[in-house]
Design a binder for this molecule. Structure first.
Ligand code: PEP
Ligand code: MG
Length: 535
């Protein structure tokens, strides 16, 4: 039996066979192209992206496993820069007028045939697969094998993690990653036990082996012995009993012993999560991370109709309980393929959240239309992310007003008095919370981003994780200030970042008078239990 220690990101025990996620290519098709110049430019862009990804992997690997092991990523960059290979790829496009994916595949096969003795076949293939995957922007088909299994990967992009099906992926383990990344958040939202940052000790040779993921301790066991397997199965059973005990709290109030109440809502990202919210007995959806709809939609933005159906389902399912739809918070580590975003030096501080929406006018208006149309099916509210100044809120509200007028002209129905809120996730928003509170109906504190921007530490950077204090006194002070300011204006406040689920913080939130906590569906009843124990 081999034991590996990583970081826990989502609790629970999973037992099953390990399968490495291969970012394989879908069947590459042979397509004639009319505009070869455009095809060459697509190829160039894909190459830039591939080199960028490989450089990132190289840097992470240097930190994690040293220069010698990181060298493969450098080698793969050299392969993409290989003149012979590159010239052949471009000549297939220019002379044979074929698509870039096919050109990469064909040129790679020819290259491998001529260079059999070089011993770098796996790396050449890997580099080519990366290029084709970027070009074809599809890996959806490759996520699943037939039986439920435990997925292993170097790292998972949030856009890949959103596609994991809980019925099939029993747990997941990765070599890299941080507990505050969106991949980790997705694992918690879906309730998939996971351990990340296991490093290079998570070896490809473990493929197909029986493993246990212990999401409570952040450990995985490869080929566990009988005693451990029995103990872990017992732990799984105990967990079921614990969940059954918590189930008794369904229908009960979130009220302290002294009679103070606080609402508990759930955070979701996809249509599939809605059912989990209903089962969790949450008082509504406190945060619908709508950008996940955009990230799972491949190379096209979801249409107004697609979005409308998802929002309508949430609204109908929640009845009179509120459903707070956050407009797409894209950017940072939440990259959607269709946006074809330029490489940013520091994406966490880049074009994201409301900044992106205000630039992508059509995308923003389409989303507002879909939300407004869904608003008559329940208690829908809109929330704008990553706010740094009052003008952004005014501008966003102007768009909302414009879209309302459009819908009125079309005689479409919607809630004219739909409530509007903002996320408080930047120190700028904290400092302006008094002014912002006058512009909106509610606040929601995104402690995840507020922590990274207050501490000046990237939430996805493994190198700073030992300094990353999610309960930093400055942060707690900010939460207090914002709560006071919003209450002075007679408006409400929720906390929807991960700190809301930290049970050591519950008493603090209750004490300062936060109105609502919004957590992953599986965390709702545990939080209710905690609140009911507070004196
Ligand atoms: C947050 O920043 O705390 C938040 C809830 O938003 P996200 O984690 O999606 O960035
Ligand atoms: Mg955020």
């Amino acid at each position: 039996m081999i034991t590996l220690t990583g970081k826990k990101v989502s609790e629970g025990i999973a037992i099953g066979k390990l399968s490495f996620y291969k970012r394989d290519i879908k069947e590459v098709r042979h397509i004639y192209v009319k505009d070869v110049e455009k095809e060459i430019s697509r190829l160039q862009k894909a190459k830039e992206r591939a080199l960028f990804e490989l450089q990132e992997l190289y840097e992470i690997s240097i930190r994690e496993v040293g220069k010698a092991n990181a060298a493969i990523f450098e080698m793969q960059q050299d392969i993409l820069d290989n003149d012979r290979l590159w010239n052949r790829i471009t000549s297939i496009i220019l002379e044979e007028k074929l698509n870039a994916e096919y050109a990469v595949k064909t040129a790679t096969e020819e290259y491998l045939k001529d260079n059999r003795d070089k011993g770098n076949e796996a790396d050449v293939r890997d580099a080519a697969i990366r290029m084709i995957r970027i070009l074809s922007r599809s890996w959806k088909d490759k996520l699943y094998v037939d039986e439920p299994f435990i997925m292993a990967a170097g790292d998972l992009y949030p856009s890949e993690a959103v596609q994991l099906d809980k019925e099939r992926v029993l747990g997941f383990v990765t070599k890299y990653g941080t507990v505050n990344s969106h991949t980790a958040i997705i694992a918690r939202t879906k309730g998939i036990p996971s351990v990340i940052a296991l490093g290079e000790s998570l070896k490809a040779e473990y493929e197909g082996k029986m493993i246990i993921v212990d999401g409570y301790e952040g450990k995985i066991y490869i080929e566990p012995d009988y005693t451990l397997l029995t103990r872990m199965k017992r732990r799984q059973d105990e967990n079921k009993v614990h969940i059954t005990n918590l189930e008794r709290l369904k229908g009960k109030e979130n009220i302290t012993q002294s009679g103070q109440k606080i609402d508990i809502c759930a955070n979701i990202g996809m249509r599939e999560d809605i059912e989990r919210v209903i089962r969790s007995d949450a008082g509504g959806v406190g945060l619908f991370r709508s950008e996940f709809l955009f990230m799972e939609n491949g190379n096209r933005a979801p249409t107004e109709e697609q979005q409308f159906q998802a929002y309508k389902l949430a609204a109908e399912s929640m009845g009179m309980n509120r459903v707070v739809i956050r407009t797409a918070d894209l950017g940072g580590d939440k990259r959607a393929e269709f946006l074809e975003m330029e490489k940013e030096h520091n994406p966490a501080m880049g074009l994201r959240g409301i900044r992106m929406s205000l630039e992508k006018e059509e995308m923003f208006k389409t989303q507002l239309r879909a939300i407004l149309r869904a608003s008559i099916y329940g208690n829908v509210q809109i929330m704008f992310p990553m706010i740094t100044k009052v003008e952004e809120v005014i501008k966003a509200k102007e768009y909302l007003e414009g879209v309302k007028q459009e819908l009125k002209a079309e005689k479409a129905f919607f809630d004219e008095n739909i409530k509007v809120g903002v996320m408080i996730e930047t120190p700028a928003a904290v400092m302006l919370s008094g002014e912002l509170a006058r512009e909106v109906d509610f606040f929601s504190i995104g402690t995840n981003d507020l922590t990274q921007f207050t501490l000046g530490m990237d939430r996805t950077n493994e190198a700073v994780m030992s300094h990353y204090d999610t309960k930093h006194p400055a942060l707690l002070k900010m939460i207090r200030i914002v709560t006071n300011n919003v209450h002075l204006e007679g408006k409400t406040i929720s906390v929807c970042g991960d700190l809301a689920a930290d049970l050591s913080m519950t008493e603090f939130f209750v004490q300062i008078g936060v109105d609502e906590l919004s957590v992953a569906p599986d965390q709702v009843l545990g939080l209710r239990k905690k609140i009911r124990e507070i004196q």
